[in-house]
Design a protein around this ligand. Structure first.
Ligand SMILES: C[S@@+](CC[C@H](N)C(=O)[O-])C[C@H]1O[C@@H](n2cnc3c(N)ncnc32)[C@H](O)[C@@H]1O
Length: 247
């Protein structure tokens, strides 16, 4: 997609341990979101008969999801363009089993059909051609494999809440951490998956639990440790889902 504002992915190379420790930064929101994403994914994996299999986590960043999945016994490979993020992810991998590789989502250094599951959390809105990335994911997925995603919807409310409110209220939110042009409508994501031979099986919205947002957080710009996210049927802001590759 043509966009006049470039997304800035360079921030991820600068976080270091702040991936796991910072509250004065939107990375604290990612950690809080993972506390909802991970159980949803684990539940779906178990319900869809995928246990103990090969998982590729694309754009894994500091490894929040990779490391949790590995603790459950999955064989996980995490890839990201940011070598420094991968070093942090490895340090926090208490299972000691995750393989972390520097790689570009567009050209994954793995053979066709080499994974049972691909995950891409808060990732598709960070690349300018998500359809191309999804085609690459379907190449490395085995027939019947699952693709889990999380991204943001594109509409004026998401622009206000996910971009503007973050810039106004959360300390150290970098300019162009997100750009509205790269947000993805659910029907577009369904179409990208279909073009890659995958069918979306489930979608759910994610939203912050309003009761866990303190006035202090709004006043100081520091994310409170109690902040929680919850699942919702409403897909207007952010959503995750799972698609299945055909036989
Ligand atoms: C918002 S972070 C999400 C990190 C992690 N998935 C999570 O949910 O905590 C987006 C990540 O995508 C990575 N990234 C951006 N473009 C990429 C590409 N083309 N290939 C691989 N990783 C990429 C960034 O370096 C960053 O770590």
């Amino acid at each position: 997609m043509e966009t006049d504002r470039q997304i800035d992915n360079s921030i991820y190379e600068t976080y270091g341990d702040r991936w796991y420790t910072a509250y004065d930064d939107p990375v604290a929101l990612l950690r809080a979101e993972n506390r909802v994403k991970f159980p949803w994914i684990l539940n779906k994996l178990q319900a869809m008969g995928h246990s103990g299999q090969q998982i590729l986590d694309v754009g894994c960043g500091g490894g929040f999801l990779s490391n949790e999945l590995a603790r459950q016994g999955y064989a996980v490979t995490g890839v990201d363009l940011s070598p420094e993020s991968l070093r942090v992810a490895k340090r926090y991998d208490t299972s000691g089993t995750v393989r972390y590789d520097v790689a570009d989502a567009y050209e994954l250094p793995y053979p066709d059909r080499s994974f049972d599951v691909v995950t891409a959390m808060d990732f598709l809105e960070h690349v300018d051609d998500p359809a191309r990335a999804i085609r690459e994911f379907s190449r490395v997925l085995a027939p019947g494999g699952l693709f889990f995603f999380h991204t943001f919807n594109r509409n004026p409310l998401a622009h206000l809440v996910v971009i503007k409110l973050l810039e106004w209220f959360i300390q150290n939110t970098p300019k162009n951490m997100h750009v509205i042009e790269l947000f993805i409508k659910p029907e577009e994501l369904r179409a990208y998956c279909a073009q890659a031979g995958m069918e979306v099986m489930a979608l759910t919205g994610i939203r912050p639990k309003l009761s866990t947002i303190s006035w202090n957080m709004l006043r100081t710009g520091i994310v409170c440790p109690e902040l929680e996210f919850a699942l919702t049927r409403n897909l207007l802001l952010s959503y995750m889902g799972v698609a299945k590759l055909g036989p």
